[in-house]
Design a binder for this molecule. Structure first.
Ligand code: THU
Length: 132
């Protein structure tokens, strides 16, 4: 990721966070995924009255990218209050498409605070399906 791509990715994650639908938790999350093509795909959390139907921001971004034909990614920015890490389910979904993705975690309450982590350190021993 170039510096300019990092800044674009962070801006996109903060922007899409503003469109999160989170009336139940009131916890808005935005994710922006950089594809190898240079395209940026975004996602926000979308909650539901049936709570388990909620989709996280990161998975929404991955699914939008895959639906657009992109499956290779070079970076993710996550805009989240408190600068928290992606949930376990999203880590597994991200790992399907990127062995070791750099993740920029932006504290949405203090956007100048950006912490870079790597997917491989967040999810050692991801599940891999090996058919018999
Ligand atoms: N959430 C995300 O969007 N991404 C995560 O990695 C963790 C949690 C959302 C789901 C729910 O709408 C809200 O944050 C509170 O859990």
């Amino acid at each position: 990721m170039t510096d300019s791509q990092r800044q674009q990715l962070i801006a996109a994650a903060l922007d899409v966070r503003g469109r999160a639908y989170a009336p139940y938790s009131k916890f808005a999350v935005g994710a922006a995924l950089l594809a190898e093509t240079g395209q940026i795909f975004t996602g926000c959390n979308v909650e539901n009255a049936s709570f388990g139907m909620t989709i996280c921001a990161e998975r929404a971004a991955v699914f939008a990218a895959v639906a657009a034909g992109c499956r290779k990614f070079t970076g993710l920015a996550l805009a989240i209050a408190g600068g928290h890490s992606p949930c376990g389910a999203c880590r597994q979904v991200l790992a399907e498409f990127a062995d070791d993705l750099p993740i920029l975690i932006v504290d949405a309450e203090n956007p100048s605070s950006v912490v870079e982590v790597y997917l491989a350190e967040l999810l050692p021993g991801r599940f891999v399906f090996t058919p018999k």
